[in-house]
Each structure stands twice: as structure tokens, then as C-alpha cells.
Design a protein around this ligand. Structure first.
Ligand code: BTN
Length: 245
């Protein structure tokens, strides 16, 4: 049976991910979607904060797929594909995907994804909270990397609520495919839109920096980096940076 999304909207919240994680632990059924007009404690990957002033999309989805933790972790790639497809339908500029889960417009980050999970039982995760932020009207200027928003990149002035409807419509069929076939059926689609494949990148893993050629990703989303000596380094978590063009 297809998943039915139930959207709740609040004016202000700390973090939609944090609020939905509490609801997940309380046993709320999957399909709950929480959107906030603004967040006072929006969170990004790797302990960073996510600037969350009104005008952009801040949303989290509660899902309960019967997946093992490693496989569940690939849902972030699926959400990035959906976000990329949505933006491509809205504007005629290059939209690419940056490992692991960012979406870029003309090489600048427009969207980030924070996937969190909890409560493994019988080898399967109990819940996933998929948090998605899309810059629609403004973007931070002080990020580690170039950033943009939909309007600044020449796209339409789309309200967050309408953007969410379009995003859920893109995400739903991809989620069904992922449920049935896992990331294996979507990996090629992610790679087709990946930025920097076959090119030099710098991977930053905490304090360590590893230069190499971005050779691809494995079925569990691990990044493959061909290092200077010709070896392959497998990177499960970190940030990547592209050489200036
Ligand atoms: C990143 O690229 O670092 C991930 C950013 C994720 C931001 C979204 S906004 C909605 C949801 N609630 C949060 O606190 N974070 C995610």
C-alpha cells in the first residue's frame, strides 16, 4: 500500500528533526511530515547548525522502512535525487548532487539533508527521520562552500508549502522503488547526476584531509577515492571539496 503523507505545519520550532524524533519514539505512525516556517535550532550534518529564517523549506519526514541500519542510511541519497529532480523541473541550470547528500545548482549548495535513525530491533531500524532543507529565498554567506537559493539562482519565487507538495510528489515513487529494491536500483541515477565523478577532490574526515580522484560510490553509499599511489580509499563519512574550475 502506498505511503500516505500527513503534513503538519508549525510557525516556529527548534528543529523539525528533533521534534519528529520525539514523535517517532512515542510510536507515531510513519508518513508524518513536519514543516516549520522557521527553526531556532536547525541542525546540519556533522554537528553544524542550519540557518533557518522564514522563506526557505525546513521539513522532516517520519518513515519506518523494514531496513537494516546500513541500508537505511542510503535513503539520504534517494532524497537528494528527488530534490535534484524537483529543482531540474523548476529551472534550466545545471543541478548536480554532491556526496553524500547535498544538491547543487550551478555548483553552489541549495539543499542539505540530515537523516537520523533509531531503535534497531530484529536487525531493522525502528524509525528514520529524514530532514530536508531547501534554500528558496535566502542562503548563508558564511558556509564552508559556495551556497545559493532558488530565487538567487534564477528560479521561481516558490512558497515553502508548495515546494513541499512538489518534493513529496518527486520523493514518493523513488521511496517505493527504494523500499522494493534498495539503493541498488537508484545508485546509477545518483551517479548520473553526481558532481566531480572522475575528477580530483579533497575529502575532509575530521582533521584528516585526503586528496584523490572521485571514483564512485558503493552500494551502501561509501565514497571511493583513488589516492595518489593508485590505491582505493573507502570513505563512509566526511565532506568533499572540488578543485576550483
Ligand atoms: C546539511 O547539509 O548539513 C544538512 C542540513 C539539513 C537541514 C534540515 S532543515 C529541516 C531539518 N531539521 C533540521 O534541524 N535539520 C534538517
Amino acid at each position: 500500500m502506498p505511503l500516505i503523507f500527513r503534513v503538519e505545519t508549525v510557525e516556529e520550532i527548534g528543529s523539525t528533526n528533533d521534534a519528529l524524533k520525539l514523535r517517532a519514539s512515542d510510536g507515531v505512525e510513519e508518513g508524518l511530515v513536519l514543516r516549520a516556517e522557521r527553526q531556532s535550532a536547525g541542525r546540519g550534518r556533522r554537528g553544524r547548525s542550519w540557518t533557518s529564517e522564514p522563506g526557505n523549506l525546513y521539513v522532516s519526514l517520519l518513515l519506518r522502512p523494514a531496513k537494516a541500519p546500513g541500508e537505511a542510511a542510503t535513503l539520504g541519497f534517494v532524497a537528494a535525487i528527488a530534490t535534484g529532480n524537483l529543482l531540474r523541473a523548476l529551472m534550466d541550470v545545471p543541478v548536480t548532487l554532491k556526496w553524500p547528500n547535498d544538491v547543487l545548482v550551478d555548483g553552489a549548495k541549495i539543499s542539505g539533508i540530515l537523516l537520523e535513525s533509531g531503535g534497531v530491533a530484529g536487525g531493522k531500524v525502528d524509525w528514520l527521520v529524514l530532514g530536508i532543507g531547501i534554500n528558496l529565498r535566502h542562503h548563508p554567506e558564511d558556509a564552508l562552500y559556495p551556497t545559493t537559493d532558488l530565487v538567487a539562482a534564477g528560479g521561481p519565487a516558490l512558497p515553502p508549502a508548495q515546494t513541499l507538495d512538489l518534493l513529496l510528489a518527486e520523493f514518493q515513487p523513488l521511496y517505493e522503488r527504494w523500499l522494493a529494491g534498495g539503493f541498488a536500483v537508484l545508485r546509477e541515477e545518483w551517479l548520473r547526476h553526481a558532481r566531480g565523478l572522475g575528477s580530483p577532490i579533497l575529502a575532509r574526515l575530521g582533521t584528516e584531509e585526503v586528496p584523490g580522484i572521485f571514483a564512485g560510490i558503493e552500494g551502501d553509499g561509501t565514497l571511493l577515492l583513488t589516492t595518489e599511489g593508485g590505491g582505493t580509499r573507502r570513505i563512509a563519512a566526511g565532506d568533499i571539496f572540488f578543485a576550483p574550475v
